[in-house]
Write a protein that binds this ligand. Structure first.
Ligand SMILES: [Mg+2]
Length: 151
């Protein structure tokens, strides 16, 4: 085992596929360096914002076509992956230090957004149900385009 492998310990050569594993690895990383004292919610939120800024800076001033070309060539994708990783690691550490279950919170948020912003399929089904209740004989035309202001 090489020097870097020894440093990585049990995490070497292991692909981290869960937020829980990343959280545990970050806990060990911080504890081994006595960095827990710096990992306050405020400091971590600021670090997270800084890393999000670094991610944005990679794309700043690029047209969509230039960004697509940069992603296809590789180096831009590597830099974006690096900054996205920073954002994710700080987000995982931030939520851990705040006692927030990140996966639970994200799922709850998606569920709220699904209710707030119904899919076209849901809106169609709702329209059909409404039409069926107000027009049991099916004589009214169903507006599937959502053009409620048209006559
Ligand atoms: Mg960074």
């Amino acid at each position: 085992m090489g020097q870097s492998g020894r440093r990585a310990g049990k995490w070497s050569n292991k692909r981290m596929d869960s937020v829980a594993e990343l959280r545990e690895r970050l806990q060990e990383f911080a504890a081994a360096r006595d960095w827990e004292q710096y990992h306050t919610p405020k400091n971590l939120a600021m670090a997270l914002g800084g890393e999000a800024g670094e991610l944005i800076a990679e794309l700043q001033w690029l047209s969509d076509a230039e960004a697509d070309a940069g992603l296809a060539e590789g180096p831009l994708k590597e830099r974006l992956a690096d900054e996205a990783a920073d954002v994710m690691l700080y987000l995982v550490r931030f939520t851990d230090m705040c006692g927030i279950d990140l996966v639970q919170a994200a799922n709850a948020k998606i569920q709220r957004n699904e209710t707030r912003f119904p899919s076209r399929t849901d809106m169609r089904a709702e329209g059909e149900a409404s039409m069926a209740s107000s027009d049991p004989d099916g004589k009214k035309e169903l507006d599937v385009d959502g053009g409620e202001d048209r006559e």
